[in-house]
Design a protein around this ligand. Structure first.
Ligand code: FEO
Ligand code: CA
Ligand code: CA
Ligand code: CA
Length: 746
């Protein structure tokens, strides 16, 4: 979706970015009036209890014991590698002294009896193969005898999201021999493959005697979750009328997890996966609004991007009358009052954080509804402190959506970290608590606003009558509208700095942050989303709004349960040559410049903050990339003034707190990926000597019509790196090691 008539045509891949949908038509102020809040500026350095806990969890002993990133930095001389230059080469490029090795790509078999992947579009049985579009990822260590371990650096289960698929005209064309059917109805045999390439992999990986890593084809830990896997509904929405379907008339279960994007690792050793752009897979025929008497459910469906009469992304609903296809039509077709005889409520079961036990293949995954339903990315946990609640930080990735925090009702005890019934610990922490949404104020303060019926703004909201807590969490976006949350420039991943507890969020870009809004969803810049400018792509294409994105960070005023925070903007994406007064506000040089930050995670071994890009703005100059950063803290920079002039001469003046501009010793490029990819997924061995990263959708700008002509592929990676059969590009997990066996980033 483009927002301005001045914007030249975009490529089909850019057009189909579902994150670009805007459904936030609320009239929330984008900028709150200044609150008279006195914020505690005391630091949130971990107490001794947390220090002990993190030491026991392994992997961050140096940092936890010193409690000081600077000390660890000095001790290890981090970021001493030579930066990688921007690149348009179809290859993974890492610094001198490093190696990158492909270990797990689309189609790789997960059982001994599954045939090797031919990569020519004839492969089937994707329930037993790696899915597509590898995304968020976490490392779960295993001892040599296969027990959970927080210290093992040689054997693990990787949890890996398979977000989506490279598609054009409905079809995931690289997995079909001749590209598949480009019109409706879609053939069932094609749809069955597509239903299975989405979801999550649990896959065992190990370091061999030669020092190389590999995935273990016949491991008993290998497991796929797809769009059809049975999953429990947990938390306040379990059993609620909003979740009743023909498949689960009591609202306790659903099938599948969908568009799994960012991820996270709980302090008790489970995997959490975020369901992002779920709405596009469903469809409702014209007339469904009326069939539902234009009730509040229609209001909610529109707010979640599911207007009637819009085709689904892949046409899975068209493949036949079988239930696994019909469920994608979330329309009122039955006669029941509660939806237990149709799939009118089916979409309400997608858009959650889902918890999975990587070590136990028998347990059903659980949708943790208390954390809210929206386009989830990563879920980042505060450092556990004995006797204190945990905070879970999350973003909603669509233009003009919100940042959230969930605070657990239960408090942490050290036994929780090692309880072998990990999903029971998940029940304890993730099913009861309070969901908040963020409001940023221009003075550098902010508030967490409670999303429950305890909040009068929600109870009295005149645009949607919330029935109960289940209604609030299932329709968290509407609750955020009701309380006046701040609309952000597409919140992607978040991560917690282990050195000081500060929380970082990537705001990847926003074409709708414009000085003179013409239509309701378009927003003026504000202090937390302060840039609006024009960037040229190639020789002529104008990209407006905030095309390069930024990274915002928060410091809680107290512990995990704090209701207030202070904030600044750690880093602005920009081209090095852009104007330092209005665009390149972080003064990035050519070894640091980046666009559209997305994946984001602090290493618990080194304290390095890894930044990955999912960009289409700077891709005329460089493929997507990964950078290593050593950030300071909230307030280490200065206030920056930006001013804009409207057509009528009126001035818009913004003052925003900006972090200290990074030196090259504090931010430099570490990796550039192959053509057409985004970099995503960041996890590591506890010793920091192996870094796992995902290369998602290499070659995504290939045309479906060229699927049988490798010379026309945008990318032939990873085949051109010596991995696997065929030449069709494949999403894949890579592992990065140092040739001298040292710590990554040192
Ligand atoms: Fe799946 Fe928002 O990236
Ligand atoms: Ca440019
Ligand atoms: Ca993402
Ligand atoms: Ca993205």
């Amino acid at each position: 979706m483009t927002d301005a008539s001045t914007q030249p045509a975009v490529t089909s891949a850019e057009m189909s970015d579902p994150s670009d949908e805007i459904t936030n038509l609320s009239n929330n102020p984008t900028f709150a009036s200044v609150v008279d809040a006195t914020l505690s500026r005391r630091s949130v350095l971990m107490g001794s209890a947390a220090t002990a806990l993190f030491s026991s969890l392994g992997g961050m002993s140096t940092l936890a014991l010193s409690g000081n990133a600077e000390a660890a930095t000095t001790a290890r001389k981090l970021l001493s590698f030579k930066p990688v230059a921007k690149s348009l080469v179809d290859a993974v490029i890492v610094p001198e002294g490093y190696e990158a090795q492909v270990i797990y790509a689309l189609g790789d078999p997960l059982t001994a009896s599954t045939p090797e992947f031919k990569n020519d579009g004839t492969d089937t049985d994707f329930d037993n193969r790696a899915g597509d579009h590898h995304d968020g990822m976490e490392y779960f260590g295993l001892t040599t005898d296969g027990k959970p371990s927080t210290k093992s650096a040689t054997r693990a289960v990787l949890g890996i999201n398979h977000e989506a698929t490279t598609d054009e005209k409905l079809s995931s064309f690289f997995i079909h021999a001749n590209g598949g059917a480009a019109s409706l109805p879609r053939p069932a045999a094609e749809v069955d493959k597509e239903l299975a390439i989405h979801g999550v992999s649990m896959v065992e990986v190990r370091k061999t005697a030669s020092g190389k890593w590999e995935y273990v084809k016949n491991s008993a830990f290998n497991r796929r979750f797809t769009t059809l896997t049975e999953i429990d509904i947990a938390g306040p929405a379990r059993g609620n009328a909003l979740l009743k379907t023909k498949y689960s008339p009591d609202g306790s279960k659903t099938r599948g997890t969908l568009n799994n994007c960012g991820a996270g690792r709980t302090p008790w050793g489970t995997y959490v996966t975020g369901e992002e752009n779920f709405n596009g897979y469903f469809t409702r025929p014209k007339g469904d609004d009326e069939a539902r008497s234009n009730d509040k459910h229609v209001t909610a469906l529109k707010r979640y991007g599911r207007a009637e009469g819009v085709a689904s992304r892949h046409g899975w609903d068209s493949a036949g009358s079988a239930d696994k296809y019909a469920r994608w039509i979330n329309a009122k077709t039955g006669t029941s009052a509660d939806g237990s005889d149709d799939y009118r409520n089916e979409m309400n079961a997608q858009g959650f954080v889902v918890e999975m036990d990587p070590y136990d293949g028998k347990k059903l995954a659980k949708k943790r509804t208390a954390l809210g339903r929206y386009a989830h990315e990563s879920a980042a946990f505060s450092a556990p402190v004995v006797g204190q609640p945990l905070a879970v930080y999350m973003g909603d990735d669509a233009r003009n959506e919100y940042i959230y925090k969930f605070v657990t009702e239960a408090t942490w005890s050290s036994a929780d970290a090692t309880n072998p019934d990990r999903l029971a610990v998940g029940d304890k922490f993730l099913d009861r608590g309070t969901l908040y949404v963020a409001k940023f104020t221009s003075d550098g303060s902010g508030e967490w606003l409670e999303l429950s019926l305890n909040n009068s703004a929600i109870k009295a909201y005149d645009k949607y009558a919330f029935a109960d807590l289940a209604d609030v969490v299932v329709n968290a976006r509407i609750a955020g509208d009701a309380v006046g949350a701040t609309k952000m420039d597409r919140p992607e991943w978040c991560t917690v700095n282990p050195a000081n507890g500060e929380v970082y969020f990537t705001l990847t870009n926003n074409s709708n942050r414009i000085v003179e809004p013409k239509n309701a969803p378009q927003l003026e810049p504000d202090a937390a989303n302060p840039r609006s400018y024009t960037d040229v792509k190639g020789t002529s294409r104008l990209q407006t709004g905030n095309p390069n994105g930024h990274i915002i960070r928060l410091r809680e005023a107290g512990g995990a349960g704090a209701k207030a925070f202070s904030w600044d903007i750690y880093l602005f994406g920009a081209e090095a040559s852009a104007d330092p007064a209005t665009v390149n506000l972080s003064k990035l040089n050519a070894n640091q410049d980046l666009s559209s930050p997305d994946g984001l995670a602090f290493s618990h071994a080194t304290g390095i903050c890894w930044i990955q890009t999912d960009d289409s703005a700077y891709t005329d100059v460089t493929n997507c990339m990964m950078l290593a950063a050593l950030p300071g803290k909230v307030g280490d920079g200065q206030k920056v003034n930006l001013s804009y002039t409207k057509a009528d001469g009126a001035k818009v003046s913004i003052t925003t707190p900006v972090g200290k501009a990074p030196t090259e010793g504090e931010l430099k490029r570490f990796l550039v990926g192959p053509k057409g990819c985004e970099l995503t997924g960041i996890t590591e061995t506890p010793d920091g000597k192996a870094l796992f990263v995902n290369i998602q959708h290499p070659g995504e700008n290939t045309k479906m019509a060229d699927v049988t002509d490798p010379t026309k592929y945008e990318s032939q990676w990873p085949a051109n790196a010596g991995y696997g059969a065929g030449k069709r590009p494949r999403s894949a997990t890579i592992v990065i090691t140092k040739k001298d066996g040292g710590v990554i980033g040192a």
